[in-house]
Design a protein around this ligand. Structure first.
Ligand SMILES: *Cc1c(COP(=O)(O)O)cnc(C)c1O
Length: 474
């Protein structure tokens, strides 16, 4: 019980003149200033005092709050120093989630980044001769070995690889693409726009659902510079369809003296069907089919950092490398280090499932995930009770990043329903989960909040936050 005196003091309003001067507050918070310096702490103190003064003026500030000035200032400083980009738990069911940063780097890649980024390195320095080197030399041999290409280079991402490839091979000329492949990859990356940005004239052939060899043949003129194939990774046309594959197109292009470029998008480097996963076309197969240039992403099925990989013939890759735009799109040393380390993991295919997180997560089997869900059920149920009920359910994960859009991976997880059955309550729970120190991202479907546990490799990251979640929901 409060004494009358206490309630008078704590309940009473603070006036603007009760607020300390900035200097006084900074003196009271000397250790904070010593730790972080005057600039940041004084800046935050000023904003804090201004806010409180505004509230005091309208009689909304209590004396109790005044006593908490020091911890409030410390919290503000901490919040300013905490990065906006944070680790989250991806329980969305989409393994390679573009909005959640796509592929997770392998330990080898993380260690390489850590070891090299704080130190000078031989990025463009030939250690044998002691003279200037080319960053491509560090990675080209490995990429050629893994894909069977004659030459290879890397750029900032696959969008850059496609743009650069078209610009280098077809600028000022015509590039032929099937109407069925004029796709939008996401954001503003649409094939027709990429063509015009690259300075090539788009020549569409065939129809949305069917394109034949003769459509390409008839479109070839003296103005043609390139034939482009785009792997329509993020949608599928089903039913009465026809497309011309690379093995058929390559001789046709080469007979006319034209290069053939294919954009694979996802670009798995190993046959995924060996792991019981849906098959994706491989760069090595595209090269064997006669493509002169194949482009694919570093952070989709490859399981590495954001990067655009370009593999192909010496002649075509040579033209791409010499094209001035290449310099503006080059891969920075940070993803470069991670990419090389990731690619080296492919030299040990037997270990790939353990070593490469993307493959490890994609191949987790349903029984294993369901057992985890069963184990977590009681703790999660306690945390969200009594307003929500939880059960273990079978789910379907997606690969993500436009890879194999119609394929699903049998998975499992927890389905949470609101006892009062109202959607808004479920939204509030989803918001609370995202508000945790390690935000948890699930998905709401059919009035259930689904937590797909395929990508939860460290359950403690979830369970350690359940107490806090319970408090947030109280
Ligand atoms: C994802 C994708 C791209 C873009 O690759 P980024 O690495 O995201 O730039 C281009 N083409 C296709 C077919 C894709 O699937």
């Amino acid at each position: 019980m409060k004494t009358p005196d206490e309630s008078v003091v704590h309940g009473s309003k603070a006036r603007p003149q009760d607020l300390p001067a900035l200097d006084k507050l900074l003196r009271d918070c000397a250790p904070l200033v010593a730790e972080h310096g005057h600039t940041l702490v004084a800046g935050e103190a000023r904003v804090l005092l201004d806010g409180l003064r505004a509230r005091a003026v309208v009689g909304q500030l209590t004396r109790l709050e005044l006593e908490a000035l020091a911890p409030m200032l410390a919290a503000r400083v901490q919040a300013r120093l905490a990065p906006s980009m944070r680790a989250v738990l991806n329980l969305s069911g989409t393994v390679i989630h573009t909005n959640l940063g796509r592929a997770l780097l392998a330990d080898a890649a993380l260690q390489q980044v850590l070891a090299l980024m704080g130190s000078p390195n031989n990025l463009e320095f030939d250690l044998d001769s002691g003279s200037r080197g080319d960053r491509d030399d560090l990675i080209e041999g490995l990429l050629c070995e893994l894909t069977g290409a004659e030459a290879a280079t890397v750029v900032n991402n696959n969008a850059a690889a496609v743009l650069l490839g078209i610009a280098a091979l077809a600028r000022g000329r015509e590039a032929i693409v099937s109407r069925g492949e004029l796709v939008e990859i996401g954001g503003a990356f649409r094939m027709p726009d990429v063509m015009s940005t690259a300075g090539a004239t788009l020549v569409e052939v065939g129809t949305t659902n069917r394109t034949h060899s003769r459509d390409y043949e008839q479109a070839i003129t003296p103005r043609t510079g390139l034939i482009v194939k785009v792997h329509t990774s993020n949608y599928q046309v089903q039913g009465f369809t026809a497309a011309v594959d690379e093995a058929t197109l390559a001789p046709l292009a080469h007979a006319a003296g034209l290069p053939l470029m294919t954009d694979l998008g996802s670009g798995a480097l190993v046959d995924l069907s060996k792991y019981g996963l849906p098959a994706e076309p491989l760069p090595q197969a595209m090269l064997a089919a006669g493509c002169d240039v194949v482009t694919f992403s570093g952070d989709k099925l490859l399981g590495g950092p954001q990067a655009g990989l370009i593999v192909g013939s010496r002649e075509a890759v040579g033209r791409i490398r010499k094209f001035p735009m290449k310099r503006a799109l080059r891969l920075s040393k940070l993803p470069f280090a991670a990419l090389e380390a990731t690619l080296r993991l492919y030299l040990r295919p037997e270990r790939l499932v353990q070593d490469l997180p993307t493959l490890r997560l994609l191949t987790r089997n349903q029984a294993q995930i369901a057992a985890l869900a069963q184990r977590l059920l009681p703790e999660v149920a306690t945390a969200v009770a009594p307003r929500f009920g939880v059960e273990v359910v079978a789910l379907q994960s997606q690969i993500g990043s436009g890879s194999l859009p119609v394929e699903r991976l049998p998975s499992a997880g927890l389905a949470i329903t609101a006892v009062d059955g109202r959607g808004r309550t479920l939204e509030a729970l989803a918001t609370a989960l995202r508000g945790l120190p390690r935000p948890v991202v699930g998905r709401i479907h059919d009035d259930r909040l689904l937590l797909d546990l395929r990508c939860l490799e460290e359950p403690a990251l979830l369970t350690s936050q359940l107490g806090l979640l319970k408090e947030m929901l109280a």
